[in-house]
Design a protein around this ligand. Sequence first.
Ligand code: SPV
Ligand code: MG
Length: 280
Amino acid sequence: MCSPRGGRGGGGAPPPPPHDALGAVVAQESGFEAVWSSSLEVSAARCLPDASLLSMAEYLQAAANMQKALSIPVVADCDTGYGNSMNVAHMVHEYQDAGITAVCVEDKLFPKMNSFVGGSQALLPDSEFAHKIETAKAAQDGDDFFVIARTEALISSLPLSEALSRCHRYADAGADAVLIHSKSKKKDQILEFLDEWSGRLPVVVVPTTYPDWHIDDVERAGVSVVIYANQGLRATVSSLRSTFRSIYETGDSTELEDRIASVEDIFSLQRLADWRKLDV
Ligand code: SPV
Ligand code: MG
């Protein structure tokens, strides 16, 4: 799920990350203005690690399913672009053909590992990643396509100066926005980045480890898009766990009925009434 800047009635709020079309529709219903198709969530939905195990086609299918169900854009997490610059060009062609208008690629090596997994998170040399960004922009058809360049410099424990120089390099290469990722428990690193960056391109953040940052303050700090990248998945797991445990322990679902969505609610999310009009 993403919240673009100004959201919530003001003009923009970023995307939450649902892992399927149903979750995406619930995010849209909540008022978000875009939906993040998260590699972590899409992998977790298959109960697989977020480690480049799924293919581009599988990530694309998940993002395209979301986009078909939505009237707001999907921002597709495309990891490293699934290989080298040739893979990036192919990715852009395929995602655009599927109606996706925004992709995010990150400067880690392929195969990548989720950013919050400990251990080494090696990065591609900035010149090679800049070439991927140039390739992505050259591969897009028309103007209505947004390429977010994500640096994992801070995730790799490199200094802020490295994150900044990488983002400037990616901006020079034609990126439409930069995503500065951090695993710090405090937002200070991001604030320092924003201070030095001086608004050269829109900035995207993912406040997973520093959640205590109200959207109004995020906006005031100069961030354009906030991605709530895994709260939907984590809520789903907690809810499923307590639901299944309750049924197993009590022997029926009576206690839950007021707390879980009704079957009619599901029919409504599926737009069943519209579908039935076709069945004359
Ligand atoms: C994702 O949601 O897959 C992301 C964000 O890329 S993170 O999990 O923090 O890497
Ligand atoms: Mg990801």
